[in-house]
Design a protein around this ligand. Structure first.
Ligand code: UD1
Ligand code: CA
Length: 453
């Protein structure tokens, strides 16, 4: 059986954060999820996750993933280190298994690289293989020590390295493949005789080598794949790299992105072809955008579904739906549960919340549509307000098809405006208005001579 053990119990002190390190995000997705997905994509039979610091939060965020959680006890009376972490999962391992060890903070590793690594390890019949790369700046990583023949003899941590060893540019990715039998045997022989008084899993490599077992190095070219995240700067670097890759994939699939360095699209977002994205656009969560839309500049869309050929400019949209051939913005705000139909215009400074707007309707400027049901071909004039809140409850405003709501009208909910009704501008409507009727609810204008004032 192929088993992966993912190490994620560390505190991540260098992140300087209340959030556990592996729950920090890259392009909208938790670091740890990338690692688990890579492991699953490599056809691993069982994925074991070692948790400690922030354990409950990590479990909560991974509850829908097919992984086994193991606890690493944390505290002054317990030892620490990547070796100790592996010990917490090793009871799942049988002698005949192949064990892939992954660092929870190395997120950009690809499943095809993991597959190639495991195939290599099995073919070589090695006791342990370690994935490595050449880093021009190897600071902070374990260094790969090789014999003159090129064989890997040990991994030395930065803090334990001699000046000579510090000059080594080949680094340890923290990704290893072990024969189950050798892993189980070697773990019992690790010690904490190092500068950090920790059990290092890296020591297993030197121990096996000294016993004459086969130790292999598997060097890969793509340094980003095995770059770790220990601080916010490294998080930024990997996020940036991943972002450019996501954007590039969209471009290859037929999306025009005007400035990839200024466009922020989560890993989870779907975009169809012939969409044009202007700078300053942020697309997050479960957002999907259909063919032919023009998005941006400066648009944030979170968890929305956008139909085809719709234009969204300088606006924020959250947890909402927008149909086809509609336009939103500039400067509109769609709050959760806005359901906008086809050929709809939601213009400048219009806020919509929990409201359905039927096909062909327009709210072109300066309006608040909260808790409403607006039919088709309705015109909502400038400055219209759905007065939805009485201080205690939110109430519904219903407007039938083809109704016309004049400028600066207040519709005091609960209220129903039937089909084809006409609301005079400036009215404060507190009573329902029947089909086709004209409602005027404002006092008459009185013009007085100056002397009478
Ligand atoms: C580790 C390696 C180093 C390698 C680097 C690659 C060791 C001793 N060093 O160093 O050779 O170049 O990764 O990124 O292994 N963890 C636990 N329990 C612990 C300690 C750590 O689960 O007690 C987890 C952490 O949550 C993290 C991973 O193990 O996901 C690596 O730990 P970290 O402290 O970041 O190790 P590095 O110093 O980066
Ligand atoms: Ca690390």
């Amino acid at each position: 059986m192929d088993i992966s053990i993912v190490l994620a119990a560390g505190e991540g002190t260098r992140m300087k954060s209340k959030i556990p390190k592996v729950l920090h995000k890259i392009c909208g997705k938790e670091i740890i999820k990338y690692v688990i997905e890579a492991s699953q994509g490599a056809n691993i039979d069982k994925c074991i996750l070692i948790l400690g610091h922030g354990r409950d939060e990590v479990i909560e965020s991974l509850k829908d993933n097919d992984v086994i959680f193991e606890n690493q006890p944390i505290g002054d009376s317990f030892p620490y280190g990547t070796g100790f972490a592996v010990m917490q999962g090793v009871h799942h391992v049988n002698d005949g298994d192949t064990v892939l060890i992954l660092n929870g903070d190395v997120p950009l590793i690809c499943s095809h690289t993991l597959k190639a690594f495991m195939d290599f390890h099995k073919k070589e019949e090695a006791a342990v293989s370690v994935m490595t790369a050449i880093f021009q700046n190897s600071h902070g990583y374990g260094r790969i020590v090789r014999e003159e023949t090129g064989e890997v003899t040990a991994i030395v941590e930065e803090k334990d390295a001699t000046e000579f060893e510090k000059d080594i540019k080949e680094i340890n990715s923290g990704i290893y493949c072990f024969s189950g039998k050798e892993l189980k045997r070697t773990l019992t022989r690790l010690d904490t005789n190092n500068s950090q008084n920790e059990y290092y899993i890296t020591d297993a490599v030197g121990l096996l080598k000294n016993e004459g077992k086969k130790v292999c190095g598997f060097r890969i070219d793509d340094v980003m794949e095995i770059s770790g995240i220990n601080n916010r700067y490294q998080q930024y670097q990997l996020n940036h790299h991943k972002q450019l890759e996501i954007n590039k994939n969209h471009m290859i699939n037929g999306v025009t992105i005007i400035d990839s360095h200024n466009t922020y699209i989560d890993d989870s977002v779907m975009i169809e072809k012939d969409v044009i994205i202007y700078p300053g656009t942020v697309l997050q969560g479960t957002t999907s955008i259909s063919e032919g839309c023009i998005i941006g500049p400066n648009v944030t869309i979170v968890d929305c579904k956008i139909g085809h050929d719709t234009i969204i400019e300088q606006s924020k949209l959250i947890d909402s739906f927008v149909g086809n051939n509609s336009s939103v913005g500039p400067f509109a705000y769609l709050r959760p549960k806005s359901n906008i139909g086809d050929h709809v215009k939601i213009g400048d400074f219009v806020e919509v919340k929990n409201t359905t707007v039927g096909n062909g309707s327009k709210a072109s400027h300066l309006a608040y549509l909260g808790d409403g049901e607006v039919g088709e071909n309705v015109n909502i004039g400038c400055g219209v307000i759905f007065v939805n809140y009485d201080g205690t409850h939110k109430q519904l405003t219903k407007i039938g098809d083809n109704a016309f709501i004049g400028s600066n009208a207040n519709l005091v909910a609960p209220v129903t405006i039937e089909k084809g009704a006409y609301i005079a501008c400036g009215s404060t409507i507190t009573d329902d208005v029947g089909e086709g009727m004209l409602a005027i609810a404002r006092s008459r204008q009185v013009n007085k001579e100056k002397k009478n004032q």
